[in-house]
Write a protein that binds this ligand. Sequence first.
Ligand SMILES: Nc1ncnc2c1ncn2[C@@H]1O[C@H](COP(=O)(O)OP(=O)(O)OP(=O)(O)O)[C@@H](O)[C@H]1O
Ligand SMILES: [Mg+2]
Length: 307
Amino acid sequence: MSGADVSRETGKSVIGVRRLKEAMPRPLKTRLFTVANQKGGVGKTTSAVNIAAALAMGGLKVLVIDLDPQGNACTALGIDRDGEGMYEVFVDDHPLASIIQKVAGFPHLECAPANQELAGAEISMVNMVARESILKLALQDYLRTREEEGNRLDYIIIDCPPSLGLLTINALTAADEVLVPIQCEYYSLEGISLLVSTLSKIQRALNSAVHISTILLTMFDSRTRLANDVANDVRAHFPKELIDIPIPRAVRISEAPSFRQTVMTYDASSPGAIAYMQVAREIALRGAGPREDGSTQSNPESGAITA
Ligand SMILES: Nc1ncnc2c1ncn2[C@@H]1O[C@H](COP(=O)(O)OP(=O)(O)OP(=O)(O)O)[C@@H](O)[C@H]1O
Ligand SMILES: [Mg+2]
């Protein structure tokens, strides 16, 4: 990563370290992740926003969809929640394009906000036709329009509330991949089995493509025996899915949202930011389209941010 720098294209100075020297590879098609775990406080939102920010810093085009009425992803991205948001997409059939906001300080990072009204959306949706597929259809329209404009998104990351209600079911119906953050505590794996059984119902009825592709260990404290035991269990059960770069428990990560920032901008050289950057790069490498010579694609665009 570079610090204060000068963009070659514009000659303007680049703020902070929101730019990577080595861009991340683009996927062949838009990758759609749902970050889910019905257990509360395991690091879903923190992982969603920081991985999204890191991918954007790697030059990729990223959209975060905040599906949690708590709106924590919006807070971390400095996004206004007072206007229209996901409530209108679910209940009033508004197009996603009409509610998406740009995240300040990033060239290619956008957010679909969870506005205050979203808390009432599940009740309003109960009698709707195809209520599990509303997000999927809205995303299909949005992605088609962006493709037609030659402005394809690389990643969509959906942050879910800590429940397996209709909002999370919409996210799982829309997504191909599920990213599960696991906090290394007692009962961590028991929580996953409930998610796995919900997923298999969704696979049968609504979306055969969706699967757990990525597992991340969060708030990891390598000094405790319990954390290491749980990590070993996860490694044994999910050897392919686990990204074996644990996110450390780190004060800077928990401080960042109170400054309406991700840790990637709040303190990019802190251990937590470095871990999320490595995780994002690993995700991008796993999803990179092959080139003709068999190596992975490189992305010519950098995530330079100009003042
Ligand atoms: N690696 C970390 N180090 C220190 N604190 C962390 C770390 N990751 C997350 N936290 C803190 O732990 C709390 C829970 O994290 P987060 O909000 O990301 O979890 P969540 O799964 O989205 O919660 P919810 O289920 O309520 O949506 C937050 O206060 C967050 O700042
Ligand atoms: Mg959350």
